[in-house]
Design a protein around this ligand. Sequence first.
Ligand SMILES: Cc1cc2nc3c(=O)[nH]c(=O)nc-3n(C[C@H](O)[C@H](O)[C@H](O)COP(=O)(O)OP(=O)(O)OC[C@H]3O[C@@H](n4cnc5c(N)ncnc54)[C@H](O)[C@@H]3O)c2cc1C
Length: 323
Amino acid sequence: MYNVLVIGGGPMGITVGIEAQKHNLSCIIIEKGALVNSIYDFPVNMTFFSTSERLEIGGVPFISHGDKPTRTEALEYFRRVIQRWDLQINNYEEVHAVERRENGFEVSSSKARYRARYVIVATGFYGLPNLMGVPGEALSKVKHYYDEPHPYIGKEVAVIGAANSACDVALELFHKQAKVTMIIRGEGINERVKYWIKPNIENRIKEGSIKAYFNTQVKRIREESITVVHAAGEENLENDFVLAMTGFTPDYAFLEKAGIRIANDAFRSPHYNPETHETNVPGLFLAGVVCGGLKTNKYFIENSKDHASKILGYIKRSKGVKS
Ligand SMILES: Cc1cc2nc3c(=O)[nH]c(=O)nc-3n(C[C@H](O)[C@H](O)[C@H](O)COP(=O)(O)OP(=O)(O)OC[C@H]3O[C@@H](n4cnc5c(N)ncnc54)[C@H](O)[C@@H]3O)c2cc1C
């Protein structure tokens, strides 16, 4: 019987683990992938927009070589944090269900069953891509995660989307001599794209270095082409790869199965008390970006670090749990 069981070994799951240690509560973190799996899945050459100091957790200093840390530096940082705090993390183990029992919960995973008094869901949203729902989407040439430019050199690559990831990917590929075509549902680059990226991508489109189709949707994907639809009708484009940068969604089926109420609004926000992060299921808490529902830019590492102290402070204060 653990005092605290955390689902998800991302930055916020780790922060909860640290906070539990500070309160001398037994704690286990169950992670379905590698340690900080979402960051591991980020593009290989990505750089954070936050300074390293703002990403620090558990009082462990984060020193990076440049102004902003890279993915590689972040992976090394979180490895050191876990080592420093000696956290118990079970990797490559997916949690399938959380069920309420007397005095706590039973949690079943791909490998075991656990009992815990309190369960903290810190599952993020980066595991489930928003699918386009078009024929051919399951072909191996279609990727929802972009890693690095090398495989795409000299190839016809369609980048779907107009938000930050799509723009970053289109620019990096263009600089490595891929033939990039952006397929964009709306009439322009997303207004929320970082201010130093937006003019860059717009100028590359204007000068024709990157082709862009606005007000256009993908209709079908084949091995050697994609079919798009726009005001003038259907058009077939030669194509080797499709990078669908269409965003991600929290695992609502998992949240609802655990009994968490989901708001019937545009952002499908999961129900929780913002003071304590406890959901409508007593003893079941939410931490990290999952709290934002479909508003996936609401929380990030910088502004969700306090979730863990709110949760553990509340558990210790009002639930009378013994170490
Ligand atoms: C390209 C990019 C750049 C970013 N740059 C910054 C930045 O500069 N500054 C900043 O503050 N934030 C940044 N962010 C946001 C930041 O990465 C997230 O806020 C952070 O990763 C959220 O942490 P989390 O622990 O809530 O979720 P995640 O990091 O997504 O961790 C959730 C974990 O839960 C695991 N999981 C999911 N379901 C299960 C299950 N059923 N069983 C077991 N494990 C499960 C996942 O594998 C994952 O490891 C960036 C994000 C992106 C995409």
